[in-house]
Design a protein around this ligand. Structure first.
Ligand SMILES: Nc1ncnc2c1ncn2[C@@H]1O[C@H](COP(=O)(O)OP(=O)(O)OP(=O)(O)O)[C@@H](O)[C@H]1O
Ligand SMILES: [Mg+2]
Length: 137
């Protein structure tokens, strides 16, 4: 188990670098955490470290946003909060994304738990207090 403590938003770039250094080879990363725990915020910080220049925001009107890192490689950001049934994830081709080998950063993975690859990296985001979050993976 790896633990990364995020001491406020100003600590996000360091925490994101530490996460990337420790995440291992998994390309699908599932972020578990309560509403408002900081999933989008942390994914944004990870994307910034990767050199993503597009504006990173929660995929509100679509299930997936596609970004490009500084090497031009795709990075996919999913938010499954609003799906009603698994078929909606299948319809967007979730397996093609997961199997592509590209980095897939997933919010609300519990909505599609049975579709996650076996080797997905599962990350818990815990709210300690207003300024502090703990990542466990
Ligand atoms: N590490 C942090 N330290 C302090 N505040 C944070 C941190 N991470 C997120 N926040 C704040 O918490 C709020 C919610 O963050 P965010 O939208 O990232 O949560 P979320 O987990 O993606 O929520 P949702 O479940 O709605 O998708 C934001 O106002 C953000 O500024
Ligand atoms: Mg979010």
């Amino acid at each position: 188990m790896t633990e990364i403590i995020i001491n406020g938003t100003q600590d996000l770039p360091r925490a994101a670098r530490a996460f990337l250094a420790h995440k291992g080879t998994a390309n699908v990363v599932a972020f578990y955490g309560a509403m408002g725990a900081g999933k989008t915020t942390f994914i944004t910080a990870v994307c910034e470290v990767l050199g993503v220049r597009d504006v990173v925001c929660s995929p509100t009107f679509t299930i997936v946003n596609e970004y490009r890192d500084k090497a031009g490689e795709p990075v996919y950001h999913f938010d499954f909060y609003r799906i009603n049934k698994l078929s909606e994830a299948l319809d967007i081709g979730v397996f093609e994304y997961f199997d592509s080998g590209a980095l897939c950063l997933v919010e609300w993975p519990e909505m599609i738990e049975e579709l996650l690859p076996e080797d997905a990296l599962k990350v818990q985001i815990l709210v300690e207090d207003a300024e502090t979050r703990t990542l466990l993976f």
